[in-house]
Design a protein around this ligand. Structure first.
Ligand SMILES: [Zn+2]
Length: 102
């Protein structure tokens, strides 16, 4: 297994591997196998190995899962609006929690 990368949030060295990620695609990725790592200082769970640009191209651009209407302008605009709203809601919820705790 490729050595796990540093924490993308706080930059700490990788702390503990929680195990390998089960492969669900019939494709050879650049840094297999992948592990889930937990950062001890900040508790972030993250993918221990980087995905290459080609890995992303294979997973999204080459995938039939995202063919058809997924690439139409109206669908993309609708998805951006929906997920933008979800993100705003999440940020509001986090702010509310922080305000309630302090
Ligand atoms: Zn961290």
């Amino acid at each position: 297994m490729t050595a796990a990368r540093k924490c993308p949030s706080c930059g700490s060295e990788p702390s503990s591997s929680l195990g390998e990620v089960k492969k669900t695609m019939d494709h050879s990725f650049s840094n297999e196998p992948f592990s889930i790592v937990q950062c001890a200082p900040c508790d972030l769970l993250y993918l221990g190995q980087h995905l290459s640009k080609q890995d992303f191209v294979h997973m999204y651009e080459d995938s039939v899962q995202f063919a058809g209407s997924y690439r139409e302008e109206e669908t993309i605009r609708g998805a951006k609006e929906y997920y933008g709203g979800c993100y705003e809601q999440l940020l509001g919820d986090i702010e509310e929690l922080w305000t309630a705790e302090s």
